[in-house]
Design a protein around this ligand. Structure first.
Ligand SMILES: C[S@@+](CC[C@H](N)C(=O)[O-])C[C@H]1O[C@@H](n2cnc3c(N)ncnc32)[C@H](O)[C@@H]1O
Length: 287
């Protein structure tokens, strides 16, 4: 089959229900009925590329065997909302800055400082975290190891993040000082993130729904904004509970303000700051 100009019929309600169920089961993403036309347009663009005109046939392709897995990764790339920006919700990043500065001042740093950006999209979030951490360590004239693991389900978003090049407009959310210190202009007018930050950010493909199967590496900071908002309440809670197991005692979890307002966990204490939704993992109880 090849690229086709044939008109593709509208997605019926039952087809929409089947595709929504697949997206939710595999990626957690819950579609509202008003997103039907958006899904239809993404599906039909892809179906035209492949020469399909039946949603059901394309569904069989996506759900069948190895080729189906490849096709799924292309489709999820198209469907996932990847909107992001540098320092999106600045207060959350400033909270990480204060948290790290306190650790430095109180000499509470361990050998390495590890951060995890969960649902990192095209890299603006993990690079913003790396800027904050680099600021703190440079100010304190310290050179400990630090690293940001950046996880996303979208391969194209991760590829953009790895490239680390952004249009001038994307830099508007940085201060002039941040842009000067951490980016350099390229021949094509885009801006490249400084090598010293790119070396600290490791982009990894993964699905937050399978977090329980991922290695239990403990992090100092887990940052997860504007991802859980697409998931059902029970799933948000399950994912947050799994994240807790991957935070060092005394470590910090930052989520989007209001994204899971009713979540609590016996090991996590919400910080006393209304501008952020952040939690500290309580130290292990002595036996
Ligand atoms: C709206 S963006 C938010 C990006 C960034 N965290 C921010 O706040 O600007 C949501 C990101 O989550 C990713 N995503 C969606 N479902 C996911 C899943 N099940 N596992 C991992 N990443 C997922 C999307 O690909 C997208 O890049």
């Amino acid at each position: 089959m090849g690229w086709s100009l044939r008109t593709i019929a509208d997605l019926s309600d039952s087809e929409f229900a089947a595709w929504s169920q697949l997206l939710e089961e595999r990626a957690g993403i819950q579609l509202a009925p008003m997103q039907k036309s958006l899904l239809q347009s993404q599906l039909s663009i892809r179906m035209r590329e492949l020469g399909y005109d039946s949603y059901n046939e394309y569904y069989s392709l996506v759900t069948d065997g190895l080729q189906g897995r490849l096709e799924w990764s292309i489709l999820i790339d198209r469907v996932a909302v990847k909107e992001t920006s540098f320092f999106r919700h600045r207060a959350s990043f400033e909270y990480v800055r204060r948290y790290l500065q306190d650790k430095i001042n109180n000499r509470q740093l361990s050998e390495s400082f590890d951060l995890w950006s969960v649902g990192c999209s095209t890299g603006e979030e993990p690079y913003s975290l790396a800027m904050v951490v680099n600021d703190c360590f440079e100010l304190a004239q310290l050179e400990p190891y630090y690293g940001v693991t950046a996880l996303d389900i979208s391969s194209t978003a991760l590829a953009k993040g790895r490239l680390g090049r952004y249009l001038p407009r994307a830099l508007e959310q940085m201060t002039a000082e941040e842009a000067k210190r951490y980016t350099q202009v390229c021949n094509d007018g885009s801006y490249e993130i400084a090598r010293k930050l790119r070396d600290r950010v490791c982009f990894t493909h993964g699905n937050v729904m399978q977090i329980g199967d991922m290695p239990k590496v403990e992090m100092d900071v887990i940052f997860c904004q504007n991802l859980l908002v697409y998931f059902r309440r029970w799933l948000r809670r399950d994912i947050l509970n799994s994240l807790v197991e991957r935070i060092k005692p005394g470590g910090l979890l930052v989520i989007g303000l209001g994204e899971s307002a009713d979540w609590d966990h016996p090991q996590m204490k919400r910080v006393n700051n209304e501008t952020v939704q952040a939690y500290i993992r309580q130290e292990h109880k002595k036996q």
